[in-house]
Structure formats: structure tokens, C-alpha cells
Design a protein around this ligand. Structure first.
Ligand code: LLP
Length: 419
């Protein structure tokens, strides 16, 4: 067992569903992101099943993995979407997603993005400041439209996660303070092209405890009651994303328990509940497949230089994030086990995928960097003029190429030499 559903050893060879990683590497090359359709479908279904007794909408956070094939699978499962840019809106539309199931988050929506989203008739704008509300009112007016709006509130709750991905503390840039929400709703009564339909929050990502979700939901419920007593009609309550996954030995709540907690904390209200999960949907449905280029033994360290790097998967370098690294073929017992530093070819010491991993390796061995389905490819870059990896989706015994490996010509296509 690999410990990750959908990814298992068969005859000592790591398989994604029914396909071995060796076969995928031969056919599509490395580095390569590999996703399991079954793992994605089962995570989505777990969310749906847990919400069965409650009016709800799951708005998958597109930023976690925005490949159009992945979005299209979610469309077919009935998902809505949480977007943070005009580009993500275009991806949702291209994937066949329903704008009426799409919410638009983010602190810096620009005028063009607002126009595009109004033209597409999205479900609502999750507005994060009075200044944004003013601009949206003006643009909606120009387009002779009424913008549906939810106010993103910052509940000032400690998500107990990495500081870079904690968003619900009062010192963070996100949302408006709870104490200001009422005043903003009142002020906005004078904005003829705004209609408030919701209230939302998002306190952070990779949360491994239920407590902060509970606290945030309770604060939101209190605010909702206060706003309703002022005569405001709120149709939905959006509790954001943030449920963590297991990368190594974390014990995050199950999807079922997480949803049950949200439902219990909001049991006294009748509003439709929205959530915006990203990582919990796709994180453990994907891995990054890489090949060992060189083994380098120095008196201090053993390095395995692989063909994937921080440009392909930034999380270790950026957050010190831990990803399990598994051999595509096990039990190569003829080789000595070493504590390997798994590093990429990029010219930075921060370019590593894992430290001190006990592995027995030889030149050319394939390694699987696990739990890379979320915030992997979507954060990849071209640093060191490296083309971004291919992405494939496994469905049973079939492998689909869902993004070609980028070519160097594509990288150069937008650059011009001056006369
Ligand atoms: N909703 C909003 C408004 C968000 O900002 C985010 C994530 C989500 C939903 C989805 O959160 P999730 O369910 O995936 O935790 N690059 C980082 C994660 C950044 C998360 C940003 N916002 C990482 O690799 O850990």
C-alpha cells in the first residue's frame, strides 16, 4: 500500500489505478503530473454525500488545480467554482462550467474582470472592501446590471496553519472586519447596482483541526443574525475552503466530519451553505513523477538530482512543505539505502523536493512525489527557462494526456528582440 487511495503497489510497482508509473514515464516522459480520476471523483462524492441533508453548493477552488480537463470532470459531477481572476472564469466557461454556480473571490478584482464576470452572470462577487464595492457598483451601472454580492468578512480566527496561507486573522489583507460589516451593508444601501445575496469567509488553507472552522462559523452566524435584524435578506452563507489533507503524519478531519461540523454550527439558519474546497478535492488525487538523473555522494550528504524542480512543484521551497516521495519500483534490495536529499537542477539551494529520505536508488530510477494534485501545476513557473511538465489523467487502465509538455518555442513565442 502507498497509503494514498488510488495509488498502490502491485508486484512492487507503484500504480495509479491500473497503470504503472513506469508505463506513464515511458509514454509521456518526466517530469509529469499524474492524476487519478477515481480519487478525484471519490473526494467530490464524499463532500456531496456529507451535505445530503442540507441545501448547499460546492464551489471548487479553481486555483488548486485549474487544468480544464479536471474542471470539466468536476462540471460533470455537478460542481460549482470559486474563481479569483478573469482567467479562471474563462477556464470555467471553457470547461463547460455554469457561471450561475460560480463565485468570484479575491482582494484585487480589476474593472475588466468585473465586466467579464457581470457579462457572464456569475452567482456572486465575494467583495473584500468598500472601495471594491464602489467600483463594482459603477461598472454594473455602466452595464445596466445589478451585481450580486457577498461580503467577505475576516472573522479574526487563528487557523493554526502556515502563516503564508493563513487568511482569517485581522492582520491579514483579506475581508472586512466583522465590526465593519454592518456599516458597509448600510452604506451600500445607497448603491443602486449592488444586491447583497450572501456573506462569506475563508480563514486559511491546510487546516488540520475543526476548532477554527467552528469558531468562524459561529461568528458568521452571529453576524448574519445581526444583519437580518437590520432587514437585510441574505440568501447564502459561504464558509470558504481550507480543509487539510494528509501529506505525512497529519491527521486532518475527514470530509464527512468537516461538513458535519459546518452543518451543526449553522443548524439554526436556513440559508444555503456554500463551501470552496480546493486541496481536499484534488491534493491527494495527484502526484509528480520524476526521474533520477544523478546520484551524488559527498562526505556530508547524499544527493539524488532529479529532473523535477522547484519550478514544477514550489511548495517545499516556498513553505518548507513535506511531500512523501515513493519509489516507482520497490525492494531494490541490492542497493544500499541512504538518506537522500532529493533536489532539482535549478541553481538555488532552496530547490529541493525532500530532505533526508531513506531510499535505495540507482541512476534513472523513477520517484513519485505524492500529494501534488493541489497547488502543484497551478503554481509551476518557467524559472531557469524550464518548460512546464505534462499532465496526464488516469481512468482505470486508460491514460489521457490532459496537458502537453510545454515547448521552448512556446516560451519564446511572446518575446521580441528590439531593432
Ligand atoms: N477560497 C478562497 C477564497 C481561497 O483563498 C482559497 C485558497 C480556497 C478557497 C481554497 O482553499 P483550500 O481548500 O485549497 O485550502 N499555495 C498554498 C495554498 C494557498 C491557498 C490560497 N487560497 C499551498 O500550496 O499550500
Amino acid at each position: 500500500m502507498s497509503g494514498f487511495p488510488g495509488f498502490d503497489y502491485r508486484n512492487n510497482a507503484l500504480h495509479v489505478e491500473s497503470v504503472s508509473l513506469t508505463q506513464i514515464a515511458e509514454e509521456f516522459g518526466t517530469p509529469c503530473y499524474v492524476y487519478s480520476r477515481a480519487a478525484l471523483t471519490s473526494a467530490y462524492q464524499e463532500f456531496e454525500d456529507a451535505f445530503a441533508q442540507r441545501e448547499h453548493l460546492i464551489c471548487y477552488a479553481v486555483k488548486a488545480n485549474s487544468n480544464i480537463a479536471i474542471l470539466n470532470l468536476l462540471v460533470r459531477l455537478g460542481s460549482g467554482f470559486d474563481i479569483v481572476s478573469g482567467g479562471e472564469l474563462q477556464r470555467v466557461i471553457k470547461a463547460g462550467g455554469d457561471p450561475q454556480k460560480t463565485v468570484f473571490s479575491g482582494v484585487g478584482k480589476n474593472a475588466d474582470e468585473m465586466r467579464m464576470a457581470l457579462a457572464a452572470n456569475i452567482l456572486c462577487f465575494n467583495v473584500e472592501s468598500l472601495a471594491e464595492l464602489l467600483l463594482l457598483n459603477q461598472i454594473a451601472g455602466d452595464m445596466n446590471k445589478i451585481a450580486p454580492v457577498s461580503l467577505r468578512v475576516n472573522p479574526d480566527v487563528d487557523a493554526k496553519t502556515h502563516p503564508y496561507i493563513s487568511t482569517g486573522l485581522k492582520e491579514n489583507k483579506f475581508g472586512v472586519p466583522v465590526e465593519e460589516a454592518e456599516r458597509i451593508y448600510q452604506t451600500a444601501q445607497q448603491f443602486p447596482h449592488i444586491r447583497f445575496t450572501g456573506l462569506d469567509c475563508h480563514i486559511g488553507s491546510q487546516l488540520t483541526e475543526l476548532g477554527p472552522f467552528k469558531q468562524a462559523s459561529e461568528k458568521m452566524i452571529n453576524l448574519l443574525a445581526q444583519l437580518q435584524s437590520q432587514g437585510l435578506k441574505i440568501e447564502h452563507l459561504d464558509l470558504g475552503g481550507g480543509l487539510g489533507i494528509r501529506y505525512t503524519d497529519e491527521t486532518p478531519p475527514s470530509i464527512k466530519d468537516y461538513v458535519a461540523t459546518l452543518c451543526a454550527s449553522t443548524s439554526q439558519v436556513t440559508q444555503r451553505i456554500l463551501i470552496e474546497p480546493g486541496r481536499a478535492m484534488i491534493g491527494n488525487a495527484g502526484l509528480l513523477l520524476t526521474r533520477t538523473e544523478y546520484l551524488k555522494h559527498t562526505p556530508d550528504r547524499n544527493f539524488a538530482v532529479v529532473d523535477a524542480a522547484m519550478n514544477d512543484l514550489l511548495r517545499p521551497a516556498l513553505y518548507g512543505a513535506y511531500h512523501d516521495i515513493l519509489p516507482a519500483k520497490k525492494n531494490n534490495t541490492a542497493l544500499q539505502t541512504h538518506d537522500y536529499q532529493i533536489v532539482g537542477p535549478i541553481c538555488e539551494t532552496g530547490d529541493f523536493l525532500g530532505h533526508d529520505r531513506k531510499l535505495n536508488l540507482t541512476h534513472g530510477d523513477l520517484l513519485a512525489v505524492m500529494s501534488a494534485g493541489a497547488y502543484g501545476m497551478s503554481m509551476a513557473s518557467n524559472y531557469n527557462t524550464r518548460s512546464r511538465p505534462a499532465e496526464v489523467l488516469v481512468d482505470g487502465d486508460t491514460v489521457y494526456l490532459i496537458r502537453q509538455r510545454e515547448t521552448i518555442e512556446q516560451l519564446f513565442a511572446t518575446e521580441t528582440i528590439v531593432p
